[in-house]
Ligand binder design. Structure first.
Ligand code: NAD
Ligand code: TDX
Length: 354
């Protein structure tokens, strides 16, 4: 029989964190689930509304940089597993203002690691784990013929976002090697699916099409990303938490390299098919090439052979199914995304797309 776990999930009100929490509470209803989230612009309490009445669930609004709060939660909830999602996550925002990225991603991760080290020492946890959720962007950019990133690809981050994630990965690694603390790092490719904030490529294109705004494609649109449906990321993390080896790194990805411009065309075709009242049709008439993102990585591709062969994970959703589900979700959930197009968002939008 499986022993119930006691989890602290940071960033659980964000996109991947919320999908993870909903998955976990559904699959392991006897586990204790504590979410710590600062509810920044990217955090949304409503994502977890369905858990409000659940006895084993607790939501705490707070910052991962608050050491006293983190200490208190680890202790009073007798946490054995930290799943650390909280981060500033958007590359374009990191270009406008890198400070918050260093603060949350580096200092925040350091604060959690220190608190967990103390807690782990105090309680002599037999089966503790600190899962650090990270990104493939730490590996930098690939040329057209380069092999996909593996766990031993050298780090070469190119944006303030990826540099701050790289810094936090190095700290998580060092805590295993120096203190023997059980940390695991996962580096995942681009996620998409329900609850993703409108600033990211896929929701941005869906929402702009629905409101009849231009679909801004950076540069020549030939940049490549490797896309994974968010539920498959969550299932991979579930596998890693249960069967991963402390001190290891696992790459997560679904072998779905797509050029941005091709992806935008796929989304436009889906919108034309699924949305009855599009203001502009065909949707692709809205595609507009705009100035490139500074330092824009050309290509990401992830090799997840280690996770597939050692732990037996594989993606369950094809990119065709996943994109269709995602477009349909944004069509069905205007009540979710409309309030997010706030003044703050409009101000951000006009800075990026001026
Ligand atoms: P997100 O921006 O949607 O959510 C981040 C969450 O963290 C929000 O709920 C926010 O309120 C919270 N948060 C931010 N700063 C905080 C702080 N100081 N204290 C407490 N909470 C704070 O991000 P996401 O896309 O869900 O990404 C989650 C994690 O997965 C990040 O670590 C990111 O680097 C990583 N990741 C993301 C992707 C992707 O494609 N989105 C891919 C690979 C890895
Ligand atoms: O308006 C846009 N136009 C455009 O062409 C936006 C928002 C993006 N793009 C391009 C830039 C990228 O090549 O689309 C691609 C995807 O962009 P984002 O959705 O911003 O994702 P990316 O920069 O690849 O980073 C994402 O994946 C890795 C997440 O935001 C990170 O948190 C994660 O670590």
């Amino acid at each position: 029989v499986r022993t119930p776990r006691r989890l602290l999930v940071t960033g659980g009100a964000g996109f991947i964190g919320a999908n993870f929490v909903l998955h976990w509470c559904d699959r392991y209803p006897d586990d204790r689930m504590v979410v710590l989230d600062a509810l920044t612009y990217a955090g949304n309490r409503n994502n977890l509304a369905s858990l409000a009445e659940k006895e084993n669930f607790r939501f705490v609004e707070g910052n991962i940089c608050d050491r006293a709060l983190v200490d208190r939660l680890l202790q009073e909830e007798n946490i054995d597993t930290v799943a650390h999602f909280a981060a500033e996550s958007h590359v374009d925002r990191s270009i406008l203002g890198p400070g918050a990225f260093v603060e949350t991603n580096v200092v925040g991760t350091f604060t959690l690691l220190e608190a967990f080290r103390q807690h782990w020492k105090n309680t002599s946890l037999a089966s503790g784990l600190f899962l650090h959720v990270s990104t493939d962007e730490v590996y930098g950019t690939l040329g057209p013929d380069d092999p996909a990133f593996t766990e031993t690809t050298p780090y070469a981050p190119n944006s303030p976002y990826s540099a701050s994630k790289a810094g936090s990965d190095h700290l998580a690694r060092a805590y295993y090697h120096t203190y023997g603390m059980p940390t695991i790092i996962t580096n995942c490719s681009n996620n998409y699916g329900p609850y993703q904030f409108p600033e990211k490529l896929i929701p941005l294109m869906c929402i702009n099409a629905l409101i009849g705004k231009n679909l801004p494609v950076y540069g020549d649109g030939q940049n490549i990303r490797d896309w994974l449906f968010v539920l498959d990321h969550c299932l991979a993390l579930d596998t890693v938490i249960h069967n991963g080896k402390p001190g290891e790194t696992y790459n997560i990805g679904g072998n779905n390299e797509v050029k941005n411009i091709d992806l935008v065309h796929i989304l436009c075709d889906l919108m034309d098919e699924l949305a009855p009242n599009l203001p502009v049709r065909p949707c692709k008439d809205l595609i507009t090439f705009v100035k490139d993102r500074p330092g824009h990585d050309r290509r990401y591709a992830i090799n997840s052979t280690k996770l597939q062969t050692e732990l037996g994970w594989k993606p369950s959703v094809t990119v065709e199914e996943g994109m269709r589900k995602t477009v349909q979700w944004y069509l069905n959930n205007e009540d979710w995304w409309k309030p997010l197009l706030s003044e703050e968002y409009q101000a951000y939008y006009s800075k990026i797309y001026s």
